[in-house]
Design a protein around this ligand. Sequence first.
Ligand code: PMP
Length: 420
Amino acid sequence: LSEKSAALIAKENKYGAHNYHPLPVVLDRGEGVFVWDVDGKKYYDFLSAYSAVNQGHCHPKIIDAMVKQAQTLTLTSRAFHNDKLGVFEEYITKYFGFDKLLPMNTGAEAVETALKLCRKWAYEVKQIPENQAQIIVCENNFHGRTTTIISFSNDEGARKNFGPFTDGFIKIPYDDTAALEAALKSSPNIAGFLVEPIQGEAGVYVPTEGYLAKAKALCEAHNVLFIADEVQTGIARTGRLLATCGNCSCSNGCENNPEVKPDILILGKAISGGVYPVSAVLANDAIMNVIQPGQHGSTFGGNPVAAAVAMAALEVVKDEKLSQNAEYLGTVLRKGLNEIASRNPLITLVRGKGLLNAIVINSDEDSDLAWNICLKFRDYGLLAKPTHGNKIRFAPPLVITEEQIHDCLAIIEKALNDFK
Ligand code: PMP
């Protein structure tokens, strides 16, 4: 680590809360699939800010939209109307095929919004007795860091000494439709089922083919809302516009023919290309209309910069065919990783979909091996981050090329060989 980097990290450690554990590298520039550190060293970004920078760093079209809007009007709050919000709402609802949008800023906020919306629908439409609504969630979920969301987290570190927690959640195993069916039958007061189409933070756990469709059908049969948290999987990351999309091949990534249409769809991260905090909750009128003025909101939610940025970012997804690129290059990446695994027994499993992938390495969840491997990747010019002591996620910006994927595979193999 250079003196300059070390000094900047020391500042963070001294003056910043210790709520993260970043890899020791200090970045000051990004462009496309690359980022540079303060000493000018160039790296492949193989994390994309946890799948937020799908369109690549500092995409000129998104930056232009942001700058133009920022020079005109940045924030009115929702005390007044602004000229971008309605245009954005029409754009995004048509893009994803829903009646209405509730705009927020971060992923966790959007999850909270979806939970509130689901409960309100349960009391006012499904007529569950007051304060009795239950929402089914999955083991090993990750939906954010708020007090309600950590109430149903499995991560004991994220929960310890943050209680008391919020009631009203039933936790079942992920990728288990029998468990879902049993939970749905266990009470007449089930309001919703909150699920990640692929569990990203759990180490890119991809459920069995057909799981989501079966889960959706079960929810429908029990008049329970299927709530998809696509904060990490959405916006072309998994080779489809949404991970809940089916196998059609429309150029926009199949919003017209989804295999599993969620009742409530939660989006964040890459909806802005990582340029500006934007998140979204989408639902049809029968659900969204339960929210009345004054019952939910945020000062920044739906601001004109967010609207302009998100529209530009979603145009890029369509124009640059990022779903198709992610799908194709995902197969190239996994093929290459499996070839490395055949030469290096350190990799015990390669998994993922599109460009949301992980390798499982031969050690245990608490080891520091994955961390040390990521340090070695860094030394060789690639930035990735472990999800666990034995799992490393690979999620580059979706604008990456095939040649660059091969370049990255060479770096990955070279680094892993140092641990053989
Ligand atoms: N849901 C999922 C599935 C996520 O992966 C994340 C972030 N990793 C969140 C919600 C929370 O998003 P944010 O960090 O923007 O609050």
